[in-house]
Every structure is written in C-alpha cells, then in structure tokens.
Design a protein around this ligand. Structure first.
Ligand code: UD1
Ligand code: MG
Length: 458
C-alpha cells in the first residue's frame, strides 16, 4: 500500500476531521466509532493516513463525544487529538490543528473520518500532484447526483479555479458534476497561511476549508484536482449509508480473495473482516462469517454456516459446517472441527478430530487425538478458568466431561459418559460411571402391565 512513498518524498502529515455530530446515525455510539468490516471508521481513516506514510496524524474531535478522542489517543498517543469547540466549519476544524503542526515542515493531507472507503491508494494521487509542482491538490469525483456536494470549478488541464459549496452555488454551477470529496493536500505552511484568510461570509456562515482553493488561485499558486471513483469517497451519514459502505467493502475484498485463488462458491454470503487472511487454495463455503483476527491456510475448507474470530486454521483443516471458532482457537493442519463444535483458546494438533457437538475451551488437543461427540471441557468454576490437555492420539469417549484442570495422557482413553476429574496417565483407560445392570424381560412386563391398565379404563 505504501509503494509510492519514496525515500525522497517530503514528510507527510494528516489532519483527520471528526468533529461533526453525526446526529443522523441516531445512535448513542458516535458516528466514527461505528464499524465497517469490523473496524471503526476512525481506525480506517487512521489506516489510510498511515498507509500514505504520514508521520504525524492529528485528529480533530468535537467536545460532544469524548469517546472519539479517547479512541484516537489510545492508538496514536496522548497528543494526537485536538478539540474543535464549537464546530464552525471544515476550515475552522483544520485551524484547530495549527498548533499541533507548528513545528511540522512538509505536506499535509486533510481527510474526513467518516469516509471508510477512502484508503491510502485512493488519496495517493494527491501526493503525485504535489510532487509534480501542485501547491493545493484536491480529490474530486464525478457525482451521479451532485446535490449537496461542493462543486469543482475547473479550467482546462484539471486546473482548479475554486470550489463552490451547494448552498452558495448559482444555477449554472449547480449543473457541474465534478464534486469535492473533501480530501485536500497542501504544504503545511501554505495551508495555514491560506486558512488565515478564510472568512465565513457565505450561506452557512461557516469557515469553509474549500475556500483555500480560490484564495490559492488568487495568489497564483498551482491548484489542481485528481479524480477518484465516487464509491471510494462516499461519506457515511446514516445507518443505511454505513451498510452501503460495508457492502462495497465486502464486495471488493471478496473479489481480491478470489483473485488470490480462494474458492468461494457463493461470495455474496461470506462476511469478511478488515484483517481476514485466507490463502489461495482454501475454500470458503456459503454463509461463513469471519470476525476480526482470522487466518486460514491453503487447502483448508471452511464449510457452510461457520463463524470464526481470532482463530488460525492450518493447512488442509476441515471446519464445519456450523462450527464456531473463538479467539485463541489454533487448528492444526489436517484437523477436523465438525458441526456444532465450539473451540476457544485451544491448540488442536495436526490431524486431531472433534467432529460433533463439543465445547473445547482453554487447553490443548494433541496430534491425532479423537474427541467424541458431546465432549465438554469444563473450564470454569464460576470464578476462574482452568485448562484441559488431551495428549497425542488420545481417545475421548462420547459425552465425556473433562473437568479442568485435568490432563488426559498420550494414547489414553476415557469411557463414554465419564466425568474425568483426575489426570489420566499415558495409555490408560479412565471410566467414571455406574456399572450397567440389565434386568431380563423387565421392559416387556412393564409394557404389558401399563397396556392392561389403559385397556381396563375404556
Ligand atoms: C464538505 C465539503 C464539500 C464536499 C463534502 C463531501 C466543505 C466546506 N465542504 O461538505 O465541498 O463536497 O464535504 O462530503 O469542506 N467537520 C468538522 N468540524 C466542522 C465541520 C465539519 O470536524 O466544523 C467534519 C465532519 O465531522 C465531517 C467533515 O468535516 O467529517 C465534513 O463535514 P460536513 O459537515 O459533512 O461537510 P459537508 O457540508 O458535507
Ligand atoms: Mg457531509
């Protein structure tokens, strides 16, 4: 992603605007803490800035949602945020970052935190323009419906004369389909010098960042636009737009996995996370959900209706259908985790099998061990968690309860229905259940008696 960050590039910084209220989300969660692909919009905006090679990142937050600032500082450090209070427009928001960048000498890119699809490669052309002598570079797009957007007033050669906001546009300007995405780049000193001249004498009474373009043009600076596909610069303002951004993201990532050789018979039903890794040669069947932190190696098959998060699936392993892998599940090569089996924080060895209806939580399963149907690792006493370790080649009889902490040795067996509370040594058989008694003819007599009673009542 950072391949165009050459060694000779000037230092880069990003100012990420996140002071808007996001009221149209109608949610107690601030807009930019909503997620696409399991990652907050805020983090996706920071990823883009990092992907561009920005060595300084300043996030402009509002006073209304302290969680946004906390979230950004947790990732970027204590000085990464500035507060804009009250919010008086995008130009005013960037000015809030002026002191934070006072000692910065380089290029600054301004982005919006609510544009989850505006990734580093989408923005990169602005730095290419800067490298070829542009002073103020703006990322534009051609809008299917330009209503609401700032319009780019262009001269031949993508020279940008000014940006006119919708509310300030006359009828002719409103016909323009070239719109402002909101992303803008300029040399740091130039940007703040231009912003110093921006006023608020406009339809909204706001300090528009977009006014720096016209001012730059008047100062005979070079102002140009680069263009991105509309879908890549869409902002999120409502729950429906969040879902639409998710759909675009999912579609793109599924296609890229298929290009890398992942087989997906019904890609539209597979849900991926921002960091899902699936190697070429793996198969992902219908309706599989990947939460964050999953990697799947080649030859593995994730069968339909499985749910995975925080898990590693080794080469050639078979998962599902209907399996649940939770954080810390490490499934070894050629292992089988079958239907209605839940695995959490357990390392499953090469070729081991747990094919039916089990809970394996906290511990390990050795190579080639066989976990019978209905086995439960009883890992929790209501206060603490304990570990269960099953040795190599061990055979756990169906419906065994292994009460942790406990170890079943290599090659050992447990009888079906056993409750195992003590360690089982290598090669031993452990049984803990009442011995069977059989009463010959009892069932036949019982039925005859009951039937006679029923017949007598008729
Ligand atoms: C802005 C652009 C417009 C562009 C459009 C693209 C300006 C003046 N207009 O308009 O040209 O077509 O985005 O979506 O820049 N924000 C702050 N502080 C503020 C105001 C806004 O941090 O005082 C942040 C918001 O959180 C948001 C971003 O800036 O992330 C854009 O603000 P918004 O109000 O959506 O701008 P638009 O009017 O849509
Ligand atoms: Mg907007």
């Amino acid at each position: 992603m950072t391949d165009s960050v050459s060694a000779t590039a000037r230092p880069r910084a990003a100012v990420i605007l996140a002071a808007g209220q996001g009221t149209r989300m109608k949610s107690p969660t601030p807009k930019v803490l909503h997620k696409v692909a399991g990652r907050t919009l805020m983090d996706l905006a920071i990823d883009a800035a990092e992907g561009l090679g920005c060595e300084r990142i300043v996030v402009v937050v509002g006073a209304h949602s302290p969680q946004v600032g906390e979230h950004a500082r947790k990732r970027l450090g204590p000085n990464a945020t500035v507060v804009q209070d009250p919010p008086l427009g995008t130009g005013h928001a960037v000015l809030a970052a002026k002191d934070a960048l006072a000692d910065f000498d380089g290029d600054v890119v301004v982005t919006f935190a609510d544009c989850p699809l505006t990734t580093a490669p989408v923005i990169m052309p602005l730095f290419d323009l800067m490298a070829s002598g542009t002073d103020v570079a703006v990322l534009g797009f051609e809008a299917a419906n330009p209503t609401g957007y700032g319009r780019l007033v262009l001269a031949p050669g993508q020279v940008l004369l000014r940006i006119v906001e919708e509310k300030d546009a006359d009828l002719v300007t409103k016909q323009v389909k070239h719109c402002n995405s909101g992303v803008l780049a300029a040399d740091c000193a130039t940007l703040f010098s231009l912003l110093a001249d921006v006023g608020n004498d406009n339809a909204k009474g706001e300090y528009y960042l977009t006014d720096v373009v016209g001012l730059a043009h008047e100062r005979k600076l070079s102002t140009r636009a680069a263009f991105a596909p509309e879908a890549s610069v869409q902002g999120v303002n409502s729950q429906a737009e969040l879902a639409a951004a998710e759909a675009v993201w999912q579609g793109a990532r599924r296609r890229s996995l298929m290009v890398e050789g992942v087989t997906m018979p019904a890609p539209d039903t597979v849900h991926l996370s921002w960091d899902t890794q699936v190697a070429g040669g793996a198969v992902v069947e219908q309706f599989v959900v990947f939460g964050p932190g999953v990697s799947v190696e080649t030859g593995a098959v994730i069968k339909a209706f499985s749910h995975l998060e925080g898990a590693v699936v080794g080469e050639g392993a078979l998962i599902g259908p209907y399996a649940r892998l939770r954080p810390g599940a490490e499934i070894g090569p050629e292992a089988h985790i079958g239907n209605f089996v839940e695995v959490k924080k357990v390392k499953v060895g090469k070729g081991a099998k747990a094919n039916h209806l089990s809970y394996l939580g906290d511990g390990s399963v050795g190579e080639k061990a066989n976990i019978g149907a209905g086995t439960i690792f009883c890992n929790y006493d209501g206060f603490e968690k304990f570990e269960t370790h099953v040795g190599k080649g061990a055979f756990i009889g169906s419906n065994s309860a292994l009460v942790a902490p406990v170890r079943v040795g290599d090659g050992a067996m447990t009888g079906s229905g056993s409750v195992i509370t003590k360690d089982v040594e290598d090669g031993a058989l452990a049984l803990s259940r009442a011995e069977q008694t059989t009463k010959a003819g009892w069932a036949t007599k019982f039925r005859a008696l009951k039937q006679a009673k029923k017949d007598a009542k008729k």
